[in-house]
Design a protein around this ligand. Structure first.
Ligand code: GTP
Ligand code: MG
Length: 330
């Protein structure tokens, strides 16, 4: 499935239906009074956050999403049927931007919240409406309000509580796969993860929180190297960052610095979030090495784990819980 985190689509509300021009026909009355009904209202286009969606891949670029047109009014003062509304479902965390002006119109972070992006046109009045003492038989009706189509940009920033940051191959997806319900692709080569994964951790106390696993970051990512930094937008809103450092790599201290410096290039805010350093693959490194790395990194917020044999995984979950604090993360 193609991952899309920014997409431009077109939307159009339904035109209002035209009013009718009609006159009553009765047996002994050649021409009765005007009885043309109003046109129906056009349907509106709404955007709604729905957590069953994790990405924007159900959208097609530049496609027109339109609501139904109002139907024409009819004789006997019958109003035309209203056009059907269109509700477009987006994942929570989707920003809606006016493509032309760049203005942010809405930020759909909450499940079920609906935003009207285009209001349906009013139906035209039928000729019955225009009857007056001076014009007993108006031969005209309004045509109904027409609605223009326009472009909007949908920009997804996943809503996760915890973000996994690391070089390619650090073991991010593997960790996600063992502590959440997610089933990301895992590989012994760099850039296995090309699209962000989101997983949910269910705690014993019934609380849940979400973890985002994003593609690996390499030196120069801010210049577009590797997969670049654009995926960092998905961890802009996380509450906690975990730096995953492969304990079998040559220079863990350098790797940590590199990650932090790339994050800083993207947005300083990320550096100042609560964090923990997670040394991965401890089953492949001896205890001396792990101790040495810990003393070099010289940070109180550090834990070593093995996703392969589950060492310290429960401890890590406690750490995350503590960092998330008492905030209701679900
Ligand atoms: N021995 C051992 N291998 C691990 C452990 N965690 C991950 N691996 C292996 O390390 C390799 C990379 O794991 P991934 O989880 O795909 O790494 P990643 O950080 O998601 O990599 P990218 O998606 O490329 O950024 C895979 O071959 C995993 O099986 C661990 O705790 N112990
Ligand atoms: Mg991965």
């Amino acid at each position: 499935m193609k991952f899309t985190d920014t997409i431009v689509i077109r939307v159009k509300a339904g035109d209002g239906g035209p009013g009718a021009v009609s006159f009553r026909r009765e047996k002994y009355l050649p021409k009765g009074g005007p009885d043309g009904g109003d046109g129906g209202k056009g349907g509106s286009v709404y955007l709604e956050a729905d957590r069953r969606y994790y990405n924007l891949s159900h959208f097609f670029k530049d496609r027109l999403y339109s609501a139904g047109k109002g139907k024409q009014g009819m004789g006997s003062n019958m109003t035309g049927k209203d056009g059907d509304d269109l509700v477009i479902k987006v994942p929570p965390g989707t920003e809606v931007i006016n493509s032309e002006t760049g203005e942010t119109l809405a930020d759909l972070t909450e499940e079920g919240v609906r935003y009207m992006i285009a209001e349906g046109g009013a139906g035209g009045k039928g000729n019955a409406f225009f009857k007056s003492s001076t014009n007993q038989a108006p031969g005209f009706a309004q045509s109904g309000i027409k609605c223009e189509e326009f472009e909007i940009t949908l920009n997804l920033k996943l809503i996760a509580d915890v973000g996994l940051i690391g070089l390619p191959n650090a073991g991010k997806s593997t960790l996600l796969s063992i502590i959440t319900n997610a089933k990301p692709k895992i590989g012994s080569y760099p850039f296995t993860t090309l699209i962000p994964n989101l997983g949910v951790v269910s705690e014993e106390n019934g609380k849940t929180y979400k973890i985002a696993d994003i593609p690996g970051i390499i030196e120069g990512a801010h210049k577009g190297h590797g997969l670049g930094l654009s995926f960092l937008q998905h961890i802009e809103r996380v509450k906690v960052i975990l730096y995953l450092i492969d304990s079998t790599e040559n220079d863990p201290a350098y790797n940590l610095k590199l990650l932090r410096s790339e994050l800083r290039y993207y947005n300083n805010v990320l550096i100042n979030k609560p964090y923990f350093i997670v040394l991965t693959k401890m089953d492949l490194a001896d205890k001396d090495r792990i101790d040495r790395i810990k003393s070099i990194l010289n940070d109180n917020n550090i834990i070593s784990i093995s996703s392969k044999d589950s060492t310290n995984i429960d401890k890590l979950k406690e750490v995350i819980s503590d960092l998330l604090g008492n905030q209701d993360a679900s």
